[in-house]
Design a protein around this ligand. Structure first.
Ligand code: ADP
Length: 627
């Protein structure tokens, strides 16, 4: 039988699986159970909503068949099955293609990270098997097919006989090595333990023929008891979905297993929220706040949403209406008896009950995040590093409609605390004479630390919030104020600091110098003036209007390339020695004044991280100063 080669990335992944030294190889069973359960979800839903199908709840189950002698483990499900094309598409290619691209070679080598973080579904079978056979018959199809592979050299597909719809997966379990034993995967007790640990909450029965011993009937009671063995089919899992269980009976590990089993993410959840509501609208929900953002989170490819169940039957994989965009990172599920099975997507959008549930969920997430912020700052910082940007967009988007909900969840790096702080932290320690919440925008914390514009505010001992993300200033502009305190950029025209050195005199005295300087760069700046904020630096740029220099940068970098310019003001430190040279040039050599002004302007641009418009001219000017 001719073999088809795997796609390159799939092949690489298979190699990793085959050579894996991952210590929890047993997770392969969780992955197969989860696939089987998904397949049954699909057929079960069809049977419930399609009148032409008759069904019986007992028809839906998973069966595990170990065979010690032949070293095979079979897992059969009565799910929706796969057509030949689906086998090609689903088993020949890794589903989450691209997941390897994020890893470097050393991380790939030991496999820990790959399996731990990405979970790798079906392919994880190759951690324990040297041959994998999949026999499947799809719902509505007369033909069945057999897919088979021994690993990296490819797979074959051929027609096969199978009576009922569903899928059988047969693993040829590896021989034991010197240090590793695979016998647990062939042993009833071993398998039972693994299923209980990872798949107890699967809502369909996982059945297995188990050997039971029973005392033989005896005529003479004095005689030693003899036992007889027989096989009995048992259901190994408890089947009660985790969301119906009592919170007190569940451990963190149970929730983590559920998160992994459902493939909500491949990290560990930072927090779970279990909700049982038994009021006028009844629903159960389990929500997770992931620890890290999935690689595609901040891209258009990302789809938010929660799984939606109607009385235990999955009716939608990603119900987007249940989550506001700004909490789009939340994973999990909602089950409500009050939703109709046949409800269409369009109807769901307008469903009053769903709206109520969505609102409750939103409030729950918010209050849980707030509690985490208050009681477990470390965890909250982790969360914020992953999803803070999302919250800031939430403040800005929809014309600031949600800013009240979100403002307390924001955090920014503080100049004095040297860590992330909340706005409430900031305001509660503001000295009495401080009117504004000061912030400085720049690319990185280090760069902002060195910004000349921060000098006066920092000298006064005031805390400054550092805005290192493009969205920060836009979000703050939307917020306008927090607890009635307005935000003010350290680069803005008027800082309102009492002991600002009064430079009106210097300004007045040197009126002509400034006018001549402005003349020299009138096409570039709105004004040149004596600085009130500079202490040791000679020069800086500030902005006069609504648009700050950082915002100008952001707007310019947008795909639509908006050419909105900040009103730039070149501020000169009149107490700096450079200013003496400027005065001197004004008195004796106007060309020199023009040269110096251009140089200072370009320096100020560089400090701001803005491009120098004409680098050649700039370097020529530098040379003129040297000769
Ligand atoms: P994932 O489940 O994360 O998509 P897998 O590699 O485990 O990744 O499976 C790939 C796809 O193969 C599944 O999405 C599903 O469409 C199909 N599949 C796997 N196992 C089964 C099964 N037992 N029955 C039907 N389809 C299956």
């Amino acid at each position: 039988m001719a073999k088809t080669a795997f796609k390159a990335e799939s092949k690489r992944l298979l190699e990793i699986m085959i050579n894996s030294i991952y210590s929890h190889k047993e997770v392969f069973l969780r992955e197969l159970m989860s696939n089987a359960s998904d397949a049954i979800d699909k057929i079960y839903y069809q049977a419930l909503t399609d009148d032409s199908l008759t069904f019986n709840r007992d028809d839906y189950y998973i069966k595990v068949i170990p065979d010690k002698e032949n070293r095979t483990l079979q897992i059969s499900d009565t799910g929706i099955g796969m057509t030949k094309d689906e086998m090609e598409d689903n088993l020949g290619v890794i589903a989450k293609s691209g997941s390897l691209a994020f890893k470097n070679e050393t991380e790939l080598e030991d496999g820990h990270d790959i399996i731990g973080q990405f979970g790798v579904g079906f392919y994880s079978s190759f951690m324990v098997a040297d041959q994998v056979t999949v026999i499947s018959k799809a719902l509505g199809s007369d033909e069945a097919y057999k897919w088979e592979s021994e690993g990296t050299d490819g797979y074959s597909i051929e027609p096969y006989e199978k009576e009922s719809v569903g899928t059988d997966i047969i693993l040829k379990i590896k021989d034991n090595g010197e240090e590793v034993s695979y016998d647990d995967f062939l042993d009833e007790q071993g398998l039972k333990t693994i299923i209980k640990k990872y798949s107890d909450f699967i809502r369909y029965p996982i059945r297995m023929d188990v050997t039971v011993q029973q005392p033989k009937e005896q005529e003479d009671e004095e005689e030693e008891v003899e036992y007889e063995e027989y096989q009995e089919e048992q259901t190994v899992n408890s089947m009660v979905p985790i969301w119906r269980k009592n919170k007190n009976e569940l451990t963190d590990e149970d929730y983590e297993n559920f998160y992994a089993e459902k493939r909500y993410g491949f990290d560990k959840p930072l927090k779970h929220i279990h909700i049982n509501v038994d009021g006028s609208i009844r629903y159960d929900a389990i929500l997770f706040i992931p620890e890290s953002a999935p690689p595609d989170y901040y891209t258009a490819d990302f789809e938010k949403g929660l799984e939606l169940y109607s009385n235990g039957v999955l009716i939608m994989n990603k119900s987007a209406d249940l989550l506001p965009d700004y909490f789009g990172f939340v994973k999990g599920m909602v089950d409500s008896e009050d939703l109709s099975l046949n409800i269409s997507r369009e109807m769901l959008q307008h469903d009053r009950q769903l709206k109520t549930i969505a609102k409750n969920i939103k409030n729950k997430i918010k209050s849980n995040l707030k509690t985490m912020q208050k009681n477990d700052r470390e965890a909250y910082e982790k969360f914020f590093n992953a999803f803070g940007r999302q919250l800031k967009f939430g403040v800005y988007n929809d014309f600031g409609m949600n800013k009240e909900d979100l403002q307390d969840l924001l955090m920014f790096y503080s100049s004095t605390e040297k860590k992330l702080v909340t706005l409430d932290d900031y305001v509660s320690r503001m000295p009495e004479d401080q009117t504004y919440i000061y912030y400085a925008a720049g690319e990185t914390i280090d760069k902002i630390d060195k910004l000349p514009q921060t000098e006066l505010v920092a000298d006064k001992g005031y805390e400054i919030l550092y805005f290192t993300e493009e969205v920060d200033e836009f979000a703050i502009m939307m917020l306008m104020n927090y607890q009635e305190k307005e935000f003010k950029s350290v680069s803005s025209g008027d800082l309102d600091i009492e002991d600002e050195d009064d430079n009106t005199e210097a300004e007045e005295e040197n009126k002509e110098v400034f006018a001549a300087m402005k003349e020299a760069i009138s096409d570039k700046v709105k004004d040149v003036k004596a600085s009130k904020r500079l202490k040791s630096h000679p020069v800086c740029l500030t902005s006069g209007g609504e648009v700050s220099i950082e915002m100008e940068k952001t707007l310019r970098n947008m795909p639509t390339g908006q050419d909105i310019n900040a009103d730039k003001i070149l501020e000169i430190n009149v107490n700096h020695d450079v200013f003496k040279s400027l005065q001197d040039a004004y008195d004796n050599d106007k060309d020199k004044l023009e040269l110096y002004t251009n140089l200072l302007y370009n320096q100020a641009l560089l400090i701001e991280g803005l491009p120098v418009q004409d680098p050649v001219e700039f370097t020529n000017d530098m040379c003129k100063v040297m000769v």
